[in-house]
Design a protein. Sequence first.
Length: 580
Amino acid sequence: MSIFDVLSLVGGLCLFLFGMSVMGNALERRAGSKLQGLLSRLTTGKLAGLLTGLGVTAVIQSSSATTVMVVGFVNSGLMTLKQAINVIMGANIGTTVTAWILSLGGIDGDALWLKLLKPTSFTPVLALVGIVFFLFCKSDKKKDTGTILLGFAVLMFGMDAMSDAVGGLADVPEFQQLFLMFTNPILGVLAGAVVTAIIQSSSASVGILQALSATGQVSYGAAVPIIMGQNIGTCITAILSSFGTNRNAKRAAYVHLSFNIIGTVVWLGVFSVVRAVFAPAILGEAASLAGIATCHSIFNIACTALLLPLSGLLEKLAYKLVPETKTPDAIAELDEHLLTIPAAALERCRSLSADMAQDAISAMKDAMRCLSGYDTALAADIKAKEDKTDHYEDIMGTYLVKLSALHLTDHDSAEAAKLLKVIGDLERIGDHAKNILDSAEEMQNKNITFSESAMAEMSNLIGATEEIMEISFSAFVNTDLDAARKVEPLEQVIDRLKEMMRTNHILRLQQGSCSIETGFVWSDILTNLERVSDHCSNIAGCVMDAAENRLNLHASIHTMKAQSESYKELYADYAAKYLA
Protein backbone atom coordinates (compact mmCIF):
# COMPACT_ATOMS: atom_id res chain seq x y z
CA MET A 1 0.00 0.00 0.00
CA SER A 2 1.60 3.27 -1.17
CA ILE A 3 1.54 6.69 0.45
CA PHE A 4 -1.01 7.73 -2.19
CA ASP A 5 -3.33 4.95 -1.08
CA VAL A 6 -2.99 6.19 2.49
CA LEU A 7 -3.86 9.74 1.40
CA SER A 8 -6.85 8.42 -0.54
CA LEU A 9 -7.96 6.49 2.54
CA VAL A 10 -7.67 9.57 4.77
CA GLY A 11 -9.46 11.72 2.21
CA GLY A 12 -12.23 9.16 1.81
CA LEU A 13 -12.64 8.89 5.58
CA CYS A 14 -12.88 12.69 5.90
CA LEU A 15 -15.49 12.89 3.14
CA PHE A 16 -17.43 10.03 4.72
CA LEU A 17 -17.52 11.62 8.19
CA PHE A 18 -18.26 15.08 6.79
CA GLY A 19 -21.09 13.76 4.61
CA MET A 20 -22.61 11.88 7.53
CA SER A 21 -22.46 14.97 9.75
CA VAL A 22 -23.94 17.29 7.12
CA MET A 23 -26.69 14.83 6.23
CA GLY A 24 -27.55 14.20 9.90
CA ASN A 25 -27.75 17.90 10.77
CA ALA A 26 -29.94 18.64 7.73
CA LEU A 27 -32.19 15.69 8.55
CA GLU A 28 -32.65 17.05 12.08
CA ARG A 29 -33.69 20.45 10.72
CA ARG A 30 -35.89 19.03 7.95
CA ALA A 31 -37.62 16.59 10.28
CA GLY A 32 -38.07 19.06 13.13
CA SER A 33 -41.87 19.05 13.13
CA LYS A 34 -41.95 15.25 12.76
CA LEU A 35 -39.66 14.90 15.77
CA GLN A 36 -42.01 17.06 17.84
CA GLY A 37 -44.98 14.96 16.72
CA LEU A 38 -43.27 11.69 17.62
CA LEU A 39 -42.10 12.97 20.98
CA SER A 40 -45.51 14.46 21.86
CA ARG A 41 -47.02 10.96 21.57
CA LEU A 42 -44.64 9.52 24.14
CA THR A 43 -46.35 7.41 26.78
CA THR A 44 -45.11 5.30 29.64
CA GLY A 45 -45.80 2.18 27.56
CA LYS A 46 -42.67 0.23 26.67
CA LEU A 47 -43.65 -0.41 23.06
CA ALA A 48 -44.64 3.23 22.41
CA GLY A 49 -41.33 4.50 23.79
CA LEU A 50 -39.37 1.86 21.87
CA LEU A 51 -41.04 2.75 18.56
CA THR A 52 -40.56 6.47 19.25
CA GLY A 53 -36.81 6.02 19.76
CA LEU A 54 -36.59 3.80 16.70
CA GLY A 55 -38.54 6.25 14.53
CA VAL A 56 -36.66 9.38 15.60
CA THR A 57 -33.27 7.72 15.13
CA ALA A 58 -34.21 6.28 11.75
CA VAL A 59 -35.20 9.79 10.64
CA ILE A 60 -32.12 11.66 11.89
CA GLN A 61 -29.68 8.75 11.34
CA SER A 62 -27.99 9.13 14.72
CA SER A 63 -28.63 7.27 17.97
CA SER A 64 -26.17 9.66 19.65
CA ALA A 65 -28.32 12.68 18.72
CA THR A 66 -31.46 10.91 19.95
CA THR A 67 -29.81 10.01 23.25
CA VAL A 68 -28.49 13.54 23.76
CA MET A 69 -32.02 14.79 23.12
CA VAL A 70 -33.40 12.30 25.65
CA VAL A 71 -30.84 13.39 28.27
CA GLY A 72 -31.86 17.00 27.67
CA PHE A 73 -35.58 16.17 27.97
CA VAL A 74 -35.05 14.29 31.23
CA ASN A 75 -32.95 17.18 32.55
CA SER A 76 -35.74 19.62 31.66
CA GLY A 77 -38.46 17.50 33.22
CA LEU A 78 -40.16 16.84 29.85
CA MET A 79 -39.57 13.10 30.10
CA THR A 80 -39.35 10.65 32.98
CA LEU A 81 -36.44 8.26 33.38
CA LYS A 82 -38.79 5.33 32.74
CA GLN A 83 -39.84 6.83 29.38
CA ALA A 84 -36.21 7.59 28.52
CA ILE A 85 -35.13 3.95 28.97
CA ASN A 86 -37.58 2.70 26.34
CA VAL A 87 -36.65 5.47 23.89
CA ILE A 88 -32.93 4.72 24.28
CA MET A 89 -33.54 1.04 23.49
CA GLY A 90 -35.46 2.02 20.36
CA ALA A 91 -32.66 4.35 19.30
CA ASN A 92 -30.21 1.43 19.30
CA ILE A 93 -32.34 -0.37 16.72
CA GLY A 94 -32.99 2.77 14.67
CA THR A 95 -29.30 3.42 14.19
CA THR A 96 -28.92 0.17 12.19
CA VAL A 97 -30.70 1.79 9.23
CA THR A 98 -27.49 3.57 8.22
CA ALA A 99 -25.57 0.31 7.82
CA TRP A 100 -28.26 -1.04 5.52
CA ILE A 101 -28.10 2.07 3.33
CA LEU A 102 -24.31 1.74 3.10
CA SER A 103 -24.62 -1.96 2.28
CA LEU A 104 -26.12 -1.00 -1.08
CA GLY A 105 -22.52 -0.46 -2.21
CA GLY A 106 -21.99 -4.22 -2.04
CA ILE A 107 -24.66 -5.02 -4.63
CA ASP A 108 -23.13 -6.94 -7.53
CA GLY A 109 -24.62 -8.22 -10.76
CA ASP A 110 -24.98 -7.51 -14.48
CA ALA A 111 -28.74 -6.97 -14.47
CA LEU A 112 -29.79 -3.37 -15.17
CA TRP A 113 -31.99 -3.10 -12.06
CA LEU A 114 -29.12 -4.32 -9.88
CA LYS A 115 -26.76 -1.75 -11.39
CA LEU A 116 -29.32 0.99 -10.75
CA LEU A 117 -29.43 0.02 -7.06
CA LYS A 118 -25.69 0.58 -6.66
CA PRO A 119 -24.86 3.98 -5.06
CA THR A 120 -22.33 4.69 -7.80
CA SER A 121 -25.27 4.76 -10.25
CA PHE A 122 -27.79 6.93 -8.40
CA THR A 123 -25.52 9.04 -6.15
CA PRO A 124 -24.46 11.43 -8.96
CA VAL A 125 -28.14 12.03 -9.77
CA LEU A 126 -28.88 12.77 -6.10
CA ALA A 127 -25.90 15.13 -5.99
CA LEU A 128 -27.18 16.97 -9.09
CA VAL A 129 -30.67 17.36 -7.62
CA GLY A 130 -29.16 18.38 -4.29
CA ILE A 131 -26.96 21.13 -5.71
CA VAL A 132 -29.89 22.52 -7.74
CA PHE A 133 -32.06 22.66 -4.60
CA PHE A 134 -29.23 24.12 -2.52
CA LEU A 135 -28.17 26.85 -4.96
CA PHE A 136 -31.38 27.88 -6.66
CA CYS A 137 -34.23 27.35 -4.18
CA LYS A 138 -35.10 30.06 -1.65
CA SER A 139 -37.19 27.89 0.67
CA ASP A 140 -35.27 26.65 3.72
CA LYS A 141 -37.03 23.30 3.48
CA LYS A 142 -35.84 22.80 -0.10
CA LYS A 143 -32.34 23.96 0.81
CA ASP A 144 -32.28 21.42 3.66
CA THR A 145 -33.50 18.74 1.27
CA GLY A 146 -30.65 19.67 -1.06
CA THR A 147 -28.19 19.52 1.83
CA ILE A 148 -29.43 16.04 2.76
CA LEU A 149 -28.91 14.80 -0.79
CA LEU A 150 -25.48 16.43 -1.04
CA GLY A 151 -24.47 15.04 2.35
CA PHE A 152 -25.54 11.55 1.27
CA ALA A 153 -23.64 11.89 -2.00
CA VAL A 154 -20.46 13.03 -0.22
CA LEU A 155 -20.86 10.18 2.29
CA MET A 156 -21.15 7.56 -0.47
CA PHE A 157 -18.24 9.02 -2.46
CA GLY A 158 -16.17 8.89 0.72
CA MET A 159 -17.25 5.28 1.26
CA ASP A 160 -16.18 4.36 -2.28
CA ALA A 161 -12.86 6.18 -1.85
CA MET A 162 -12.14 4.28 1.37
CA SER A 163 -13.09 0.94 -0.20
CA ASP A 164 -10.83 1.59 -3.21
CA ALA A 165 -7.93 2.81 -1.05
CA VAL A 166 -7.94 -0.21 1.26
CA GLY A 167 -7.98 -2.66 -1.63
CA GLY A 168 -4.20 -2.92 -1.49
CA LEU A 169 -4.32 -3.92 2.18
CA ALA A 170 -5.53 -7.38 1.23
CA ASP A 171 -1.94 -8.37 0.44
CA VAL A 172 -0.36 -6.71 3.49
CA PRO A 173 0.53 -9.39 6.09
CA GLU A 174 0.36 -6.93 8.98
CA PHE A 175 -3.23 -6.02 8.08
CA GLN A 176 -4.19 -9.68 7.95
CA GLN A 177 -2.59 -10.21 11.37
CA LEU A 178 -4.46 -7.19 12.73
CA PHE A 179 -7.85 -8.68 11.95
CA LEU A 180 -6.71 -12.11 13.10
CA MET A 181 -5.92 -10.41 16.42
CA PHE A 182 -9.44 -8.93 16.55
CA THR A 183 -10.89 -12.43 16.45
CA ASN A 184 -10.00 -12.31 20.15
CA PRO A 185 -13.42 -11.08 21.41
CA ILE A 186 -12.02 -8.83 24.13
CA LEU A 187 -9.63 -7.05 21.75
CA GLY A 188 -12.37 -6.74 19.12
CA VAL A 189 -14.77 -5.12 21.61
CA LEU A 190 -12.06 -2.73 22.80
CA ALA A 191 -11.13 -1.74 19.23
CA GLY A 192 -14.78 -1.06 18.31
CA ALA A 193 -15.39 0.93 21.50
CA VAL A 194 -12.27 3.10 21.18
CA VAL A 195 -12.76 3.99 17.49
CA THR A 196 -16.45 4.79 18.04
CA ALA A 197 -15.73 6.89 21.14
CA ILE A 198 -13.23 8.94 19.12
CA ILE A 199 -15.57 9.70 16.21
CA GLN A 200 -18.71 9.67 18.45
CA SER A 201 -20.88 7.79 15.98
CA SER A 202 -21.58 4.07 15.85
CA SER A 203 -23.12 4.51 12.39
CA ALA A 204 -19.88 6.02 11.11
CA SER A 205 -17.69 3.33 12.71
CA VAL A 206 -19.89 0.58 11.24
CA GLY A 207 -19.49 2.29 7.85
CA ILE A 208 -15.71 2.29 8.26
CA LEU A 209 -15.82 -1.42 9.11
CA GLN A 210 -17.92 -2.03 6.00
CA ALA A 211 -15.35 -0.15 3.89
CA LEU A 212 -12.54 -2.26 5.34
CA SER A 213 -14.49 -5.40 4.50
CA ALA A 214 -13.71 -4.66 0.83
CA THR A 215 -10.25 -6.13 1.50
CA GLY A 216 -11.76 -9.54 2.14
CA GLN A 217 -9.69 -9.79 5.35
CA VAL A 218 -12.49 -8.89 7.79
CA SER A 219 -14.02 -12.16 8.90
CA TYR A 220 -17.34 -12.47 10.71
CA GLY A 221 -15.38 -13.78 13.69
CA ALA A 222 -13.57 -10.40 13.91
CA ALA A 223 -16.50 -8.20 12.83
CA VAL A 224 -19.02 -9.35 15.45
CA PRO A 225 -16.95 -8.37 18.53
CA ILE A 226 -16.03 -5.04 16.89
CA ILE A 227 -19.73 -4.32 16.27
CA MET A 228 -20.47 -5.11 19.91
CA GLY A 229 -17.76 -2.71 21.02
CA GLN A 230 -19.11 0.02 18.76
CA ASN A 231 -22.34 0.05 20.76
CA ILE A 232 -20.37 0.77 23.93
CA GLY A 233 -18.24 3.48 22.31
CA THR A 234 -21.27 5.44 21.11
CA CYS A 235 -22.31 6.00 24.74
CA ILE A 236 -19.53 8.58 25.17
CA THR A 237 -21.69 11.28 23.52
CA ALA A 238 -24.52 10.84 26.04
CA ILE A 239 -22.08 10.69 28.95
CA LEU A 240 -20.46 13.97 27.86
CA SER A 241 -23.87 15.61 27.37
CA SER A 242 -24.87 14.67 30.95
CA PHE A 243 -22.11 16.78 32.52
CA GLY A 244 -23.70 19.68 34.39
CA THR A 245 -27.18 18.16 34.33
CA ASN A 246 -29.39 16.97 37.18
CA ARG A 247 -29.29 13.47 38.61
CA ASN A 248 -32.12 12.10 36.48
CA ALA A 249 -30.38 13.20 33.28
CA LYS A 250 -27.17 11.53 34.46
CA ARG A 251 -29.20 8.38 35.14
CA ALA A 252 -30.52 8.44 31.56
CA ALA A 253 -26.95 8.59 30.24
CA TYR A 254 -25.88 5.74 32.53
CA VAL A 255 -28.90 3.68 31.42
CA HIS A 256 -27.60 4.01 27.84
CA LEU A 257 -24.15 2.86 28.95
CA SER A 258 -25.49 0.05 31.17
CA PHE A 259 -27.82 -1.20 28.44
CA ASN A 260 -24.98 -1.54 25.94
CA ILE A 261 -22.45 -2.98 28.39
CA ILE A 262 -24.89 -5.60 29.74
CA GLY A 263 -26.05 -6.50 26.22
CA THR A 264 -22.47 -6.81 25.03
CA VAL A 265 -21.35 -8.94 27.99
CA VAL A 266 -24.29 -11.34 27.66
CA TRP A 267 -24.19 -11.79 23.89
CA LEU A 268 -20.39 -11.79 23.75
CA GLY A 269 -20.52 -14.67 26.21
CA VAL A 270 -23.03 -16.50 24.03
CA PHE A 271 -20.92 -15.76 20.94
CA SER A 272 -17.76 -17.11 22.63
CA VAL A 273 -19.52 -20.31 23.77
CA VAL A 274 -20.98 -20.94 20.30
CA ARG A 275 -17.59 -20.36 18.67
CA ALA A 276 -15.80 -22.64 21.13
CA VAL A 277 -18.34 -25.47 21.10
CA PHE A 278 -19.70 -25.46 17.55
CA ALA A 279 -16.96 -23.56 15.64
CA PRO A 280 -19.35 -22.47 12.83
CA ALA A 281 -17.57 -22.14 9.51
CA ILE A 282 -19.21 -18.77 8.77
CA LEU A 283 -17.05 -17.09 11.42
CA GLY A 284 -14.00 -17.70 9.24
CA GLU A 285 -15.61 -16.33 6.10
CA ALA A 286 -15.01 -12.81 4.81
CA ALA A 287 -17.72 -10.40 5.91
CA SER A 288 -19.67 -8.52 3.26
CA LEU A 289 -21.28 -5.07 3.56
CA ALA A 290 -24.74 -6.61 3.87
CA GLY A 291 -23.39 -9.22 6.29
CA ILE A 292 -22.05 -6.53 8.62
CA ALA A 293 -25.37 -4.66 8.44
CA THR A 294 -27.15 -7.91 9.31
CA CYS A 295 -24.88 -8.58 12.30
CA HIS A 296 -25.37 -4.99 13.48
CA SER A 297 -29.16 -5.30 13.31
CA ILE A 298 -29.33 -8.75 14.91
CA PHE A 299 -27.11 -7.68 17.81
CA ASN A 300 -29.10 -4.52 18.58
CA ILE A 301 -32.45 -6.29 18.30
CA ALA A 302 -31.16 -9.11 20.52
CA CYS A 303 -29.99 -6.61 23.17
CA THR A 304 -33.39 -4.92 23.15
CA ALA A 305 -35.27 -8.24 23.31
CA LEU A 306 -33.12 -9.24 26.28
CA LEU A 307 -33.39 -6.00 28.28
CA LEU A 308 -36.75 -4.47 27.36
CA PRO A 309 -38.59 -6.74 29.84
CA LEU A 310 -35.93 -5.78 32.42
CA SER A 311 -36.21 -2.00 31.98
CA GLY A 312 -37.31 -1.70 35.60
CA LEU A 313 -34.03 -3.28 36.72
CA LEU A 314 -32.08 -0.86 34.52
CA GLU A 315 -33.91 2.00 36.23
CA LYS A 316 -32.98 0.62 39.66
CA LEU A 317 -29.36 0.20 38.54
CA ALA A 318 -29.31 3.83 37.41
CA TYR A 319 -30.51 4.92 40.86
CA LYS A 320 -27.71 2.83 42.40
CA LEU A 321 -25.11 4.44 40.14
CA VAL A 322 -26.50 7.95 40.75
CA PRO A 323 -28.14 7.82 44.20
CA GLU A 324 -30.52 10.39 45.65
CA THR A 325 -29.16 13.01 48.03
CA LYS A 326 -30.84 15.05 50.74
CA THR A 327 -30.80 18.14 48.52
CA PRO A 328 -33.28 17.72 45.66
CA ASP A 329 -32.34 18.83 42.16
CA ALA A 330 -33.99 21.92 40.76
CA ILE A 331 -35.54 21.23 37.36
CA ALA A 332 -33.48 22.78 34.60
CA GLU A 333 -36.03 25.08 33.02
CA LEU A 334 -34.05 25.48 29.81
CA ASP A 335 -31.27 23.03 29.01
CA GLU A 336 -28.41 24.28 26.82
CA HIS A 337 -27.93 20.72 25.53
CA LEU A 338 -31.29 20.92 23.77
CA LEU A 339 -29.89 23.61 21.47
CA THR A 340 -28.19 20.78 19.55
CA ILE A 341 -31.72 19.75 18.51
CA PRO A 342 -33.40 23.10 17.65
CA ALA A 343 -36.87 21.57 17.22
CA ALA A 344 -36.69 20.05 20.70
CA ALA A 345 -35.37 23.30 22.22
CA LEU A 346 -38.23 25.21 20.60
CA GLU A 347 -40.75 22.73 21.98
CA ARG A 348 -39.35 23.25 25.48
CA CYS A 349 -39.65 27.04 25.09
CA ARG A 350 -43.23 26.63 23.93
CA SER A 351 -44.03 24.47 26.98
CA LEU A 352 -42.42 26.93 29.39
CA SER A 353 -44.14 29.93 27.78
CA ALA A 354 -47.50 28.19 28.31
CA ASP A 355 -46.63 27.94 32.02
CA MET A 356 -45.70 31.63 31.97
CA ALA A 357 -49.03 32.52 30.34
CA GLN A 358 -50.89 30.54 32.98
CA ASP A 359 -49.08 32.40 35.78
CA ALA A 360 -49.60 35.84 34.21
CA ILE A 361 -53.33 35.35 33.60
CA SER A 362 -53.87 33.75 37.01
CA ALA A 363 -52.11 36.70 38.68
CA MET A 364 -54.31 39.12 36.72
CA LYS A 365 -57.54 37.37 37.70
CA ASP A 366 -56.51 37.28 41.37
CA ALA A 367 -55.57 40.98 41.25
CA MET A 368 -59.03 41.86 39.90
CA ARG A 369 -60.60 39.85 42.73
CA CYS A 370 -58.67 41.96 45.22
CA LEU A 371 -60.51 45.07 43.95
CA SER A 372 -63.68 43.85 45.63
CA GLY A 373 -61.93 42.57 48.74
CA TYR A 374 -58.22 42.85 49.53
CA ASP A 375 -56.64 39.59 50.71
CA THR A 376 -53.10 39.51 52.13
CA ALA A 377 -52.43 35.85 51.25
CA LEU A 378 -53.75 36.37 47.72
CA ALA A 379 -51.59 39.48 47.36
CA ALA A 380 -48.46 37.48 48.26
CA ASP A 381 -49.37 34.85 45.67
CA ILE A 382 -49.86 37.54 42.98
CA LYS A 383 -46.44 39.03 43.72
CA ALA A 384 -44.83 35.57 43.56
CA LYS A 385 -46.43 34.90 40.16
CA GLU A 386 -45.34 38.31 38.87
CA ASP A 387 -41.76 37.51 39.94
CA LYS A 388 -41.99 34.20 38.06
CA THR A 389 -43.11 35.93 34.85
CA ASP A 390 -40.10 38.27 35.14
CA HIS A 391 -37.82 35.26 35.60
CA TYR A 392 -39.37 33.43 32.65
CA GLU A 393 -38.88 36.43 30.37
CA ASP A 394 -35.21 36.76 31.38
CA ILE A 395 -34.25 33.12 30.79
CA MET A 396 -36.39 32.55 27.70
CA GLY A 397 -35.38 35.80 26.05
CA THR A 398 -31.69 34.85 26.25
CA TYR A 399 -32.37 31.26 25.22
CA LEU A 400 -34.55 32.17 22.24
CA VAL A 401 -31.94 34.63 20.96
CA LYS A 402 -29.38 31.78 21.00
CA LEU A 403 -31.89 29.49 19.32
CA SER A 404 -32.74 32.05 16.63
CA ALA A 405 -29.05 32.28 15.70
CA LEU A 406 -29.12 28.61 14.66
CA HIS A 407 -30.16 27.32 11.24
CA LEU A 408 -33.95 27.01 11.62
CA THR A 409 -36.71 26.23 9.16
CA ASP A 410 -39.02 29.08 8.10
CA HIS A 411 -41.74 27.72 10.39
CA ASP A 412 -39.44 27.32 13.40
CA SER A 413 -37.93 30.76 12.84
CA ALA A 414 -41.42 32.33 12.82
CA GLU A 415 -42.31 30.32 15.93
CA ALA A 416 -39.20 31.50 17.79
CA ALA A 417 -39.96 35.12 16.82
CA LYS A 418 -43.54 34.67 18.01
CA LEU A 419 -42.39 33.36 21.39
CA LEU A 420 -39.91 36.23 21.79
CA LYS A 421 -42.71 38.73 21.27
CA VAL A 422 -45.32 36.88 23.32
CA ILE A 423 -43.18 36.48 26.43
CA GLY A 424 -42.78 40.27 26.50
CA ASP A 425 -46.57 40.72 26.43
CA LEU A 426 -47.04 38.05 29.11
CA GLU A 427 -44.49 39.73 31.36
CA ARG A 428 -46.33 43.05 30.94
CA ILE A 429 -49.65 41.38 31.89
CA GLY A 430 -47.92 40.25 35.08
CA ASP A 431 -46.77 43.84 35.68
CA HIS A 432 -50.32 45.15 35.20
CA ALA A 433 -51.55 42.55 37.71
CA LYS A 434 -49.08 44.00 40.21
CA ASN A 435 -50.26 47.55 39.37
CA ILE A 436 -53.90 46.61 39.97
CA LEU A 437 -52.91 44.95 43.24
CA ASP A 438 -51.23 48.23 44.26
CA SER A 439 -54.48 50.05 43.49
CA ALA A 440 -56.44 47.53 45.57
CA GLU A 441 -53.94 47.97 48.41
CA GLU A 442 -54.30 51.77 48.20
CA MET A 443 -58.10 51.42 48.37
CA GLN A 444 -57.69 49.23 51.44
CA ASN A 445 -55.26 51.58 53.21
CA LYS A 446 -57.21 54.78 52.42
CA ASN A 447 -60.64 53.21 52.83
CA ILE A 448 -61.61 54.19 49.26
CA THR A 449 -64.83 52.73 47.86
CA PHE A 450 -66.56 53.10 44.52
CA SER A 451 -70.21 53.95 44.10
CA GLU A 452 -72.69 51.22 43.26
CA SER A 453 -72.96 52.33 39.62
CA ALA A 454 -69.16 52.55 39.32
CA MET A 455 -68.74 49.02 40.71
CA ALA A 456 -71.30 47.73 38.19
CA GLU A 457 -69.29 49.29 35.36
CA MET A 458 -66.05 47.90 36.79
CA SER A 459 -67.52 44.38 37.04
CA ASN A 460 -68.52 44.65 33.37
CA LEU A 461 -64.98 45.66 32.34
CA ILE A 462 -63.45 42.93 34.52
CA GLY A 463 -65.70 40.36 32.81
CA ALA A 464 -64.58 41.56 29.37
CA THR A 465 -60.92 41.48 30.46
CA GLU A 466 -61.23 37.93 31.80
CA GLU A 467 -62.85 36.80 28.56
CA ILE A 468 -60.18 38.34 26.33
CA MET A 469 -57.42 36.76 28.46
CA GLU A 470 -59.04 33.32 28.25
CA ILE A 471 -59.50 33.59 24.47
CA SER A 472 -55.93 34.78 23.89
CA PHE A 473 -54.56 32.06 26.20
CA SER A 474 -56.42 29.39 24.21
CA ALA A 475 -55.22 30.93 20.94
CA PHE A 476 -51.60 30.91 22.08
CA VAL A 477 -51.37 27.55 23.85
CA ASN A 478 -53.42 25.61 21.28
CA THR A 479 -52.38 27.66 18.20
CA ASP A 480 -56.11 28.18 17.71
CA LEU A 481 -56.57 30.63 14.83
CA ASP A 482 -60.34 30.81 15.28
CA ALA A 483 -59.83 31.93 18.88
CA ALA A 484 -57.12 34.39 17.79
CA ARG A 485 -59.56 36.08 15.38
CA LYS A 486 -61.99 36.73 18.25
CA VAL A 487 -59.50 38.79 20.26
CA GLU A 488 -59.23 42.00 18.23
CA PRO A 489 -63.01 42.70 18.04
CA LEU A 490 -63.24 42.30 21.82
CA GLU A 491 -60.17 44.51 22.32
CA GLN A 492 -61.87 47.29 20.34
CA VAL A 493 -65.00 46.93 22.48
CA ILE A 494 -62.86 47.17 25.65
CA ASP A 495 -61.28 50.39 24.30
CA ARG A 496 -64.76 51.89 23.81
CA LEU A 497 -65.89 50.60 27.19
CA LYS A 498 -62.94 52.29 28.88
CA GLU A 499 -63.76 55.65 27.25
CA MET A 500 -67.41 55.37 28.25
CA MET A 501 -66.37 54.64 31.85
CA ARG A 502 -64.06 57.68 31.86
CA THR A 503 -66.93 59.85 30.64
CA ASN A 504 -69.29 58.45 33.27
CA HIS A 505 -66.67 59.08 35.94
CA ILE A 506 -66.41 62.75 34.92
CA LEU A 507 -70.18 63.03 35.22
CA ARG A 508 -70.04 61.57 38.73
CA LEU A 509 -67.32 64.08 39.65
CA GLN A 510 -69.50 66.92 38.41
CA GLN A 511 -72.43 65.59 40.43
CA GLY A 512 -70.25 65.30 43.54
CA SER A 513 -70.83 61.54 43.94
CA CYS A 514 -67.13 60.76 43.50
CA SER A 515 -63.96 62.28 44.96
CA ILE A 516 -60.81 63.38 43.14
CA GLU A 517 -58.73 60.83 45.09
CA THR A 518 -61.09 58.03 44.08
CA GLY A 519 -60.83 59.26 40.51
CA PHE A 520 -57.06 58.77 40.43
CA VAL A 521 -57.39 55.14 41.53
CA TRP A 522 -60.27 54.62 39.08
CA SER A 523 -58.20 55.99 36.18
CA ASP A 524 -55.20 53.79 37.07
CA ILE A 525 -57.35 50.65 37.12
CA LEU A 526 -58.99 51.48 33.78
CA THR A 527 -55.62 52.13 32.16
CA ASN A 528 -54.15 48.85 33.38
CA LEU A 529 -57.15 46.76 32.31
CA GLU A 530 -57.24 48.39 28.88
CA ARG A 531 -53.51 47.75 28.40
CA VAL A 532 -53.98 44.11 29.33
CA SER A 533 -56.42 43.85 26.42
CA ASP A 534 -53.80 45.47 24.16
CA HIS A 535 -51.26 42.80 25.12
CA CYS A 536 -53.86 40.08 24.47
CA SER A 537 -54.35 41.59 21.00
CA ASN A 538 -50.57 41.47 20.45
CA ILE A 539 -50.52 37.79 21.43
CA ALA A 540 -53.37 36.94 19.04
CA GLY A 541 -51.63 38.87 16.26
CA CYS A 542 -48.41 36.93 16.83
CA VAL A 543 -50.28 33.61 16.66
CA MET A 544 -51.86 34.53 13.32
CA ASP A 545 -48.64 35.94 11.86
CA ALA A 546 -46.60 32.89 12.92
CA ALA A 547 -49.15 30.61 11.23
CA GLU A 548 -48.36 32.47 7.99
CA ASN A 549 -44.59 32.39 8.69
CA ARG A 550 -44.66 36.20 8.89
CA LEU A 551 -42.70 38.25 11.40
CA ASN A 552 -44.67 41.48 10.84
CA LEU A 553 -46.64 42.01 14.05
CA HIS A 554 -50.35 42.62 13.52
CA ALA A 555 -50.24 42.21 9.73
CA SER A 556 -52.91 39.53 10.04
CA ILE A 557 -55.07 41.69 12.30
CA HIS A 558 -54.93 44.66 9.93
CA THR A 559 -55.93 42.42 7.02
CA MET A 560 -58.75 40.86 9.04
CA LYS A 561 -60.15 44.25 10.12
CA ALA A 562 -60.11 45.58 6.57
CA GLN A 563 -61.49 42.56 4.75
CA SER A 564 -63.36 40.27 7.14
CA GLU A 565 -67.13 40.29 7.59
CA SER A 566 -66.70 37.95 10.57
CA TYR A 567 -64.75 40.69 12.34
CA LYS A 568 -67.72 43.05 12.07
CA GLU A 569 -70.10 40.34 13.28
CA LEU A 570 -67.90 39.52 16.29
CA TYR A 571 -67.55 43.20 17.13
CA ALA A 572 -71.34 43.63 17.07
CA ASP A 573 -71.79 40.59 19.34
CA TYR A 574 -69.24 41.84 21.91
CA ALA A 575 -70.65 45.37 21.76
CA ALA A 576 -74.13 44.02 22.52
CA LYS A 577 -72.70 42.04 25.43
CA TYR A 578 -70.53 44.70 27.10
CA LEU A 579 -71.56 48.13 25.79
CA ALA A 580 -75.32 47.81 26.25
